[in-house]
Ligand binder design. Structure first.
Ligand SMILES: NC(=O)c1ccc[n+]([C@@H]2O[C@H](COP(=O)([O-])OP(=O)(O)OC[C@H]3O[C@@H](n4cnc5c(N)ncnc54)[C@H](OP(=O)(O)O)[C@@H]3O)[C@@H](O)[C@H]2O)c1
Length: 330
């Protein structure tokens, strides 16, 4: 590349620029503290590889198992050293901890015991705040959270789906700074969350992903009661569910709401309640809980109080039936 840059004309100028650009990137990369990853799961590997590809100097990966560490380190890049957790403080000033939730504090304890006293540590769990890293914080390390609001099943899928998404970030100043730098590199959006409020934030994330699974599954069960086979029900419900989600995100939940509740149609809801008598108690309970929340949304959209009371009364009677079923099956 240097030799080509000695030529004249446009090609030479472009090559000079590329050459300088690479040198600049390498200089910036080298001036930043090295990064280590803890964990060998899908998040650790996908984020580790993405960080490596987006200019972070990932130098080591730690695991409780040498074999898994080797596989994960190689996936990030063959130059990444597979090591034990206790080796990390001497190798990296910034540590990204992506282990199973219950392992986060023990990993922080191990890093603190091994001498990590400065630098930054982030964990990737959305349900716990920076306090999960308390042993490191006490030792003098800036601690924080970098939680991808995304579901990651494999490292390959994670590589694709962790770019351009929202990340919840929380913690000490330097930790937030690193977390937001990572989010920027991955062309995502950082959502700052108060450190003591991670549980509410995570419950919201669970409602938007896992709870949807429960709701669609309940819909399939109810279709099954109508004689519709499972696969056919899933196919039939797909466009309805997708359109509802599109409408919610295009116009907001209130404007997106259609159906018997917002129309104040207590008769139809009463018929649903009769059908729910045959349904598993968890399915009936889910319908009733969702309907109650929908009544609140409909009320904000000026559903008359008489309709609200009629709907609540129908739901109240059915809740008792569902509870009786639960009691019987217990
Ligand atoms: N998967 C997702 O969709 C997702 C999305 C957002 C955030 N997260 C968060 O990201 C983190 C990692 O998620 P993941 O799905 O990649 O996790 P995972 O596959 O369940 O586990 C990751 C790794 O944690 C290590 N580990 C397990 N138990 C441990 C313990 N008690 N002490 C120390 N290490 C332990 C294991 O590595 P070794 O056995 O090799 O040590 C394992 O490979 C979690 O905090 C999770 O909440 C996950």
């Amino acid at each position: 590349m240097d030799v080509l840059a000695l030529g004249v004309g446009r090609t030479a100028r472009v090559n000079i620029l590329i050459c300088c650009g690479l040198r600049l990137t390498e200089t910036v990369k080298a001036s930043r503290p090295p990064v280590a990853i803890v964990g060998t799961g899908a998040v650790a590997q996908a984020l580790g590889r993405l960080l490596y590809l987006h200019g972070e100097r990932v130098v080591a990966l730690a695991s409780r198992n040498r074999f898994r560490a080797e596989g994960a380190a190689t996936f990030i890049d063959p130059s990444v050293r597979p090591v034990a957790c206790a080796d990390l403080p001497s190798l990296a000033g910034r540590v990204l901890i992506a282990v199973r939730d219950e392992g986060i504090t023990p990993v922080a304890e191990e890093l603190a015991r091994a001498g990590m006293r400065t630098g930054v540590a982030l964990h990737t769990c959305g349900a716990k705040g920076p306090e999960a890293l308390a042993p490191l914080k006490r030792a003098g390390v800036a601690c924080g959270v970098l939680h991808p609001l995304q579901t990651v099943v494999t490292r390959e899928q994670g590589m694709k789906s962790l770019k351009g998404v929202t990340y919840g970030v929380a913690g000490d100043g330097p930790a937030i700074e690193w977390a937001e730098d990572i989010v920027g590199r991955l062309e995502g959006r950082a959502l700052r969350v108060a450190a003591g409020r991670l549980s509410s934030y995570h419950a919201g994330a669970v409602m938007a992903s896992n709870a949807l699974v429960a709701v669609i599954d309940a819909a399939v069960v109810l279709m099954g009661q109508a004689g519709v086979e499972r696969e056919a029900a899933l196919r039939a419900l797909e466009s309805l569910a997708r359109a509802s989600i599109d409408n919610v995100f295009a116009n907001g939940p209130s404007a997106a709401l259609t159906g018997p509740i917002v129309r104040g149609d207590a008769e139809t809801v009463a018929a649903h309640m009769d059908a729910l008598d045959e349904a598993p108690p968890t399915v009936a309970a889910l319908y009733v809980a969702a309907a109650r929340r929908l009544i609140e949304i409909a009320r904000e959209r000026d559903l008359p109080e008489a309709s609200v009371r009629a709907l609540e009364s129908v739901l109240g009677s059915v809740r008792l039936k569902a509870d009786t079923t639960t009691a019987k099956s217990a």
